[in-house]
Every structure is written in structure tokens, then in C-alpha cells.
Design a protein. Structure first.
Length: 259
């Protein structure tokens, strides 16, 4: 009986060994190659969005608010009436009124010589946003706004109205670059590229001033595919504003099956 048990056990072990070896061969035959392709489209912006703040200070709240309104109105009128900017592209986005109190030291406050609740002056701030379709008006608007009472240029964004189109183009270029890279590597190694197994994509955009390699992102200089779209964006007429470029980039990571 004991002999029969060991004979059956040995038979099962011999039968299972080839199945295990066969599974290992199938797993090792699933070979892949992973590559990354990058594409970049350099676009000259066609719009600029300017965010400004007009700040006024004064001892009387109503007078300070009126003075602030005058400054803001001057900027809005200049943009809409002189530069012919559409009213929907000019707006005020916030109003902030802040009383500034007397700064007292501890001993003077205890002695009644200084009241920390005394208002020295009022500070009124109002934000203005202007969207320009004509970038040649940028410096003119900034200069006139500062002359009219604008005290801060909070943000300047150079943008393109066709960002989706350029992103699609950059992604197409990145996918093509990944495919070409996979084919080149496979040819060198003597293998054949088959269907893609996994695909991951990323898109991003960044504005760069032209004519300055120091201000750019070094990574932008190492793309697989680069395409210029629109004008050179090098320099405005008469040595004015030098319009930069928006780098619209995409990265495609692909894992291919090979044989």
C-alpha cells in the first residue's frame, strides 16, 4: 500500500513539471520595449491679458473712493474709447477698502497717549483686467494706466486662442516621435516592433520671451520634434515690446510588444 502511494506521488510530480516549464516559457516570451516621444509647437501669442490695481489713500473714505473711481474710469475709457477695446474685454474684478490704524507702543497705549483705534487713512484698491487682441497696444496701455493712477501691474499673460489645436498637433508629433524611436531601437537590436501595449500622454504649455536662451527652460531644447507656428515673435516695431513664444508641448510614453 505504501509503495502504491509513493508511485502515485512520483507520477503527479512528473506530470506537473512540464506544465510549469511551459508557463515560464510563455511569460518570458512576452517581451516589450518602452520609449518616450516629445513634440513641441512654438506659437506667437495673439492675445495679452493684463491685470492691474489702482490704489488710492486718503483721510476721508468717500473722497478716497471717488479718487479711486476717477483713476479706474480713466483707464477703462482709454482702453475702450482710445484703443477701441471691446467693453466685454475690460472689467473691474474686485474692490478692497482697508482702514489703516495708528501704530501705538504698549506704554503710550496704557498711558492714554495713543489710541490704536484711530484711523490714520483709508486705503482703497480696485482691480482692472484688460484683454488686448492687438499686442502692439500693450506698452501704450501700460504707460497710460500708470499715468492715470494704476499703482500695480499684478499679472501679464500672453496667450493663444488656438491652444487646443496646437496641443493636438504637439501630441501628434510626440506620438510620431515615439514610434520612430521604437523602430530605430528595434532595428538596431534586431527585433520587430508589434502593437502598442500601453500609451500615456501629457500636455503642457509655457510662455518664453524670445531672444533670451537664459530665460528659457533647458528641457525645451531637447525635444524630439519642434515646429514653429506663426511669426518669429522676435521684436516689435521701433524696438518696442519683444513678443515671446508659447511653447505648447506634449509627451507620449508607449510600451510596444516586440518579437
Amino acid at each position: 500500500m505504501r509503495y502504491l502511494f509513493f508511485a502515485l506521488l512520483a507520477g503527479l510530480l512528473l506530470f506537473s513539471a512540464p506544465l510549469s516549464a511551459h508557463a515560464q516559457i510563455e511569460q518570458s516570451s512576452n517581451r516589450t520595449i518602452s520609449v518616450t516621444g516629445e513634440g513641441e509647437v512654438r506659437v506667437v501669442p495673439d492675445q495679452v491679458l493684463i491685470s492691474m490695481v489702482a490704489e488710492t489713500r486718503g483721510p476721508e473714505l468717500l473722497d478716497t473712493q471717488k479718487q479711486n473711481d476717477v483713476s479706474v474710469k480713466a483707464v477703462v475709457d482709454y482702453a475702450t474709447k482710445t484703443l477701441d477695446v471691446e467693453e466685454k474685454h475690460v472689467q473691474t474684478d474686485f474692490v478692497n477698502v482697508e482702514p489703516v490704524y495708528r501704530n501705538c507702543n504698549y506704554n503710550d497705549e496704557l498711558a492714554g497717549k495713543c489710541n490704536p483705534l484711530d484711523i490714520i487713512y483709508y486705503k482703497v484698491r480696485k482691480g482692472i483686467q484688460v484683454r488686448l487682441n492687438d499686442l502692439t497696444q500693450y506698452e501704450e496701455l501700460i504707460t497710460k494706466s500708470l499715468q492715470s493712477g494704476v499703482t500695480h501691474i499684478d499679472d501679464v499673460q500672453f496667450i493663444t486662442t488656438e491652444l487646443r489645436k496646437h496641443r493636438d498637433k504637439a501630441r501628434e508629433m510626440a506620438a510620431q516621435a515615439a514610434q520612430e524611436k521604437a523602430q530605430a531601437v528595434a532595428e538596431t537590436l534586431g527585433v520587430t516592433v508589434k502593437k502598442p501595449m500601453t500609451i500615456n500622454t501629457e500636455s503642457y504649455s509655457m510662455f518664453n520671451w524670445s531672444g533670451s536662451s537664459r530665460g528659457g527652460n533647458p528641457r525645451m531644447m531637447m525635444q524630439n520634434a519642434v515646429q514653429e507656428s506663426g511669426g518669429s515673435g522676435s521684436e516689435g516695431e521701433g524696438g518696442g515690446l519683444a513678443i515671446g513664444q508659447i511653447n505648447v508641448s506634449a509627451t507620449v510614453r508607449v510600451t510596444y510588444e516586440i518579437e
